[in-house]
Design a protein around this ligand. Sequence first.
Ligand SMILES: [Zn+2]
Length: 333
Amino acid sequence: MTPAWLAPHVSRLRSAFAAGRLPHALLIHEAPGAGGEWLAGWAARMVLCSKGLRPGAASADAEASPCEHCASCQRAAHGQHPDLTLMRPLESSTQIRIEQVRDLAAELALTAHQGGYKVGILSPADSMNRFAANALLKTLEEPPQGTLLILVASQPSRLPATILSRCQRVRVRAPERTEAVAWLEATRGPGDWERVLGVLGIAPMTAAAADPAGVIEIAAEVHRGLEEAAAGSGDPVALAERWARSELPLRLTCVENWLTERIRGNVGGGSGFTEVRPGTHPLRHGESLDLRQLFGLLDAVRELKAAFDAPINRGLALESLLRSLEARRFTSA
Ligand SMILES: [Zn+2]
């Protein structure tokens, strides 16, 4: 089922393909969890479908392309199509490495097994390091005939300008909350999706891959832990150890949410109106010191999230975070 907020992109890509105007390289710039990889997979099936559109050939049934039923569509959907390569960071890493990009380039240079397109998807493409990006540049500059390269990224500014300038950009924004909830109910069944999105942000694809009850439970547990730490009644060492052991990225998101709520309370607006972005700390003269400290903690949490690949002791970093919370003794917002 095509998510409603992606339907306009689907329709534009279909028209471009039918008119023979599909570029060799797409950069899907997505809001995190908004479905960039879904759209990339769809575009791959569109060009690989054995019953679907062919460029230049008028088709009365363009809406039914890709058919989603032929062997090509099925194989592509299950990641088993010989002409489709999906590159993600390897399990032990958060980066797409140069060897992977070289493998992809070599694969794209071969003739398509099915005589049509060859498709490469890089996701998240902004996890390529500099060497990997340079290796990709060669393929982007001289793409083999019948190549579709799709880069999915939520922070494309991390990619070199030489890469960006060679891709046609597709901007996938986060859907409305109601659209996201409706899609989650339709694809995953009933659940407290409102609350799950409250924790994860409007990131329906992330929510779809999660256990909704588990997310809500962890959010409540982290909330309790932070309230205790702020009241000075918790045990930061035990808490940090427990949090570092399981679901740490989700827990850090929950800590981020908790701090953001407090910052909103502190600037006096209640919920919903202050967008808190990294690096923009709207401190004005006369505002409480608490706010500055809260922003400091928020930065620390974001650094910890960003440093997942780095060899730091996560337990210790968390513990120090909880201790500084305890030391501040924030009043509840
Ligand atoms: Zn098909």
